[in-house]
Design a protein around this ligand. Structure first.
Ligand code: NAD
Ligand code: UGA
Length: 454
């Protein structure tokens, strides 16, 4: 039985390796991580991440051909193919701080692979990395005196959280970048063979390594750019009487543009969009392309503007002060169907409201544990309440920050009756029936639509 190893048991490594185990029962799939708590959680009923459908895939394969372990060296030695899905956060120190990718976890992993290997291996870059990282990794890996040869492939992951299982099961494409040498092509063929267990051949795209690495950064930049573009029009709509949804539909019906990813919001969050764009910006500057760098940086700046604008709108509507006012936050996760809060706009918005001395009550069906960690510095001025009805009791305002389905169907009449008057709703995701809320008595502030104010 051939062994495939996944290093890094996070949001990418865990679900991806579980899917490989499910689709390739003749392979033994092992996932290792330096974090023993994470590994223990993967082996338990309470998986370390919430992702619809993930539990079923893990339960189907766990201890049959899917194993979790903290023993890196033993499993590296046994593996033929190693997927590396360790984190590549934005560098927080030294040269490039705040923009460049911090590759220390990747490099440590590469050195551990060299130390524990005694045979040739294919190393697969799953993490999102700067263009030409594979070159550096191949250099480190092949600088060994054991005569072992490592082939590095770029195989970026395009799954989105909340839909990871369906994205893995039916990907739009699988991208494999490899060297244009005979060895490189052989490595590509081996990885392609693995994916062909469930992905149609025509959806597997092979390119050179650098195109593959750049395509991942560019894909995230293009997606985020669409959100910033639509968000940039929301203040314009609010002042002119245009409706952002009508505009978005009219734009998206052009088949050259397409309708997806044009939903206005309080700003995109998630661990990757900002990180990957800033990395692209850093690389552009590094290669002497400041105009290109500035072009992409604007996507992040527009996102920050949208977050600030949302808080400002709350202040303007609530007579320029929220001091002492209770504000119920509905949704803290960076998007629905995940407990992940990394880079969630809710972090910024709650911090700003606390700074204004509001009494912030945070509600979310899956993300309260992470919210507590994100806001531990200001925890004393916050309340965490899973029940949205209790969170809204006695509040002056509700702010919808995550598009969870459960917030669409609440009894807003009952909520209105329990709130201070005038009662405000700021719908940062435009998921509610604004006319119905206005009829109930709320003053309603949607995004990119005229406010309905009593
Ligand atoms: P994560 O932080 O959830 O997981 C990374 C894991 O790697 C952690 O559990 C950490 O303990 C482990 N790790 C770090 N160093 C290690 C080492 N030396 N040996 C073993 N384990 C080690 O991160 P993530 O969200 O899964 O992202 C991983 C990579 O995938 C990033 O480069 C990210 O940009 C990319 N990516 C993420 C997503 C997503 O939706 N989260 C999607 C596509 C790509
Ligand atoms: C994103 C990409 O969609 C994935 O393809 C990629 O693999 C991943 O980043 C990554 O590299 O980490 P993810 O961040 O998990 O996935 O989730 P998205 O669905 O892209 O949402 C990102 C943010 O944009 C969320 O805050 C979401 O609410 C927001 N968004 C999305 C909008 O504000 N409007 C939209 O129309 C779509």
């Amino acid at each position: 039985m051939k062994t495939i190893l996944g290093i890094g048991a996070g949001y990418v490594g865990g679900p991806t390796m579980a899917m490989i185990a499910k689709k390739c029962p003749e392979y033994k799939v092992v996932v290792v991580d330096i974090n023993p708590d994470r590994i223990k959680a993967w082996q338990s009923e309470n998986l370390p991440i919430y992702e619809p459908g993930l539990k079923e895939v893990v339960q189907e394969t766990l201890n049959k051909n899917l194993f979790f372990s903290t023993n890196l060296s033993e499993h590296i030695a046994q593996a033929d193919i190693i997927f590396v899905s360790v984190n590549t956060p934005t560098k927080s120190f030294g040269k490039g701080a705040g923009k460049a990718a911090d590759l220390q976890y990747w490099e440590k992993t590469a050195r551990e692979i060299v130390r524990s290997s005694s045979s040739d291996k294919i190393i697969v870059e799953k993490s999102t990395v700067p263009v030409r990282t594979a070159h550096a990794m191949e250099y480190i890996l092949n600088a060994n005196s054991k005569g072992i040869v490592f082939d590095v492939l770029s195989n970026p992951e395009f799954l989105a959280e909340g839909t990871a299982i369906q994205d893995l099961e039916k990907p739009d494409r699988v991208l494999i970048g490899g060297q244009e040498t005979a060895r490189g092509q052989k490595a590509i063929a081996a990885l392609k063979e693995l994916y062909m267990h469930w992905v149609p051949k025509e959806k597997i795209l092979t390119t050179n390594v650098w195109s593959s690495e750049l395509s991942k950064l560019a894909a995230n930049a293009f997606l985020a750019q669409r959100i910033s573009s639509i968000n940039s029009l929301t203040p314009f709509c609010e002042t002119t009487g245009a409706n952002i949804h009508e505009v978005s539909k009219a734009i998206g019906m052009d088949s050259r543009v397409g309708s997806k990813f044009l939903c206005p919001s309080v700003g995109f969050g998630g661990s990757c969009f900002k990180k990957d764009i800033l990395n692209l910006v850093y690389l552009c500057n590094h290669y002497g392309l400041p105009e290109v760098a500035n072009y992409w940086e604007q996507v992040v700046l527009m996102n920050e503007y949208q977050r600030k604008r949302f808080v400002q709108k709350m202040l303007d509507a609530m007579f320029n002060t929220v001091a002492g006012k209770k504000i119920a936050i509905f949704g803290f996760a960076f998007k629905a169907n995940t407990g992940d809060t990394r880079e969630s706009s809710a972090i910024y918005i709650c911090q700003e409201l606390a700074e204004e001395h509001a009494k912030v009550v945070i509600s979310d069906p899956k993300a309260l544990d992470n919210a507590r960690l994100d806001l531990k510095d200001i925890e004393s001025s916050l309340v965490f309440e899973i029940d949205p009805y209790k969170a809204a009791q006695g509040a002056h305002a509700i702010a919808i920050l995550t598009e969870w389905d459960c917030y669409r169907t609440l009894d807003y009449k009952k909520i209105y009756e329990s709130m201070e008057k005038p009662a405000f709703i700021f719908d940062g995701r435009n998921i509610l029936d604004h006319n119905a809320l206005f009829e109930i008595g709320f003053s309603v502030y949607p995004l990119g639509k005229t406010a309905l104010v009593h």
